[in-house]
Write a protein that binds this ligand. Structure first.
Ligand SMILES: [Fe+2]
Length: 256
C-alpha cells in the first residue's frame, strides 16, 4: 500500500513535479483486458458487501465502461461533481506529496496496470487499485470533503514530524476501514474494495480484531502495510466517521 515512499534529499519539491501524462493510448489490448477481468471479478466478489456510495460511484463515474479508464474522460465527470480530479503518476509518491495532492482534491493514479500473470500480487498500487478502489467514493460529497481534510491534516502532521498520525487516520478509514450500514458490516476502504484476497477476509475472518472506529483509536492504532491487517476499525456509520475526521484539528491530532 499504498502511497508510501521514502523522501530523498534531491527529489522534486512540488506535487506537480510528480505528474506525468497518462498516455492512455499506450495501454495495450491486453492491459485493457486485464482491467476488464479485474473489474468483473471484483464487482462479483464485492456484491453488496461494500458501502452503498461506493457502488453509486461506480455508476456515476461510468467505471464499468470497458477498458482502462481515460483520466481526462473520468475527470470530466468527477471534477464538476465534487471538485476532485485524478492525475497520472509513475508509481508511489512520497507521503508529503501525496497529502499535498489530497489537500487540493487531486488523486494520483498509477499510469500502469498489473500484468495478467500477477493479478493478485502488487508491489505497488496500480491504476486498478487507485481507480477502482479510491475514485468511486470521491463522487460522494461529504466523503470528498473528508479526504481533502485528511490531506490538510497530513501537511500539518508531516511538518511536525508526526506523519504516522495522519497515516493511521487515512489507513483506518480511507484505505482499510470497515463500516456498518443498515446493521450489516461492509467494506469501506479502497485497499479492501480492490483486493481479491482481503475483501472477504476483512469481513469474515475470525482471527482478526474488529474495533469501533474513533479518531482517538485510529491515531493510536498501528497497522501493517506488508500483510493482511490484524485488526480493522469499524465505523459505526460512514457519516459518523466522516464527521469525526472532518472535525479533527491539527492541534488535536498532534496532542496524541
Ligand atoms: Fe490506496
Amino acid at each position: 500500500m499504498l502511497h508510501r515512499a521514502q523522501a530523498t534529499t534531491d527529489r522534486p519539491q512540488g506535487w506537480r513535479d510528480y505528474v506525468v501524462p497518462q498516455c492512455w493510448d499506450a495501454f495495450t489490448d491486453d492491459d485493457h483486458a486485464v482491467w476488464d477481468l479485474l473489474f468483473a471479478r471484483q464487482v462479483e466478489l464485492l456484491g453488496t458487501r461494500v458501502v452503498a456510495p461506493f457502488l453509486d460511484g461506480i455508476d456515476l463515474l461510468r467505471l464499468s465502461h470497458p477498458g482502462v479508464p481515460d483520466l481526462d474522460e473520468l475527470n470530466a465527470i468527477l471534477e464538476p461533481r465534487t471538485g476532485w480530479r485524478t492525475v497520472a503518476v509513475t508509481g508511489l509518491v512520497p507521503d508529503d506529496i501525496f497529502f499535498a495532492m489530497l489537500s487540493e482534491r487531486v488523486f494520483p493514479v498509477g499510469n500502469f496496470i498489473r500484468r495478467r500473470e500477477q493479478l493478485d500480487y502488487l508491489e505497488e498500487p496500480d491504476c486498478f487499485h487507485d481507480l477502482f478502489g479510491h475514485i468511486p467514493m470521491l463522487a460522494h460529497h461529504a466523503y470528498a470533503e473528508m479526504v481533502e481534510h485528511v490531506g490538510q491534516l497530513g501537511g500539518a502532521a508531516i511538518a511536525a514530524g508526526r506523519g504516522e498520525l495522519v497515516s493511521r487516520i487515512y489507513w483506518h478509514s480511507v484505505e482499510f476501514g470497515l463500516a456498518r450500514e443498515g446493521g450489516e458490516l461492509k467494506i469501506l476502504g479502497a485497499g479492501l474494495a480492490s483486493s481479491f484476497g482481503e475483501a472477504h477476509f476483512s469481513l469474515e475472518s475470525e482471527e482478526v480484531e474488529r474495533l469501533p472506529f474513533s479518531v482517538g483509536r485510529a491515531l493510536r492504532t498501528a497497522y501493517r502495510h506488508d500483510a493482511f491487517q490484524p485488526r480493522y476499525l469499524v465505523s459505526e456509520t460512514l457519516e459518523s466517521t466522516i464527521a469525526a475526521v472532518r472535525a479533527l484539528t491539527p492541534e488535536q491530532m498532534l496532542s496524541v
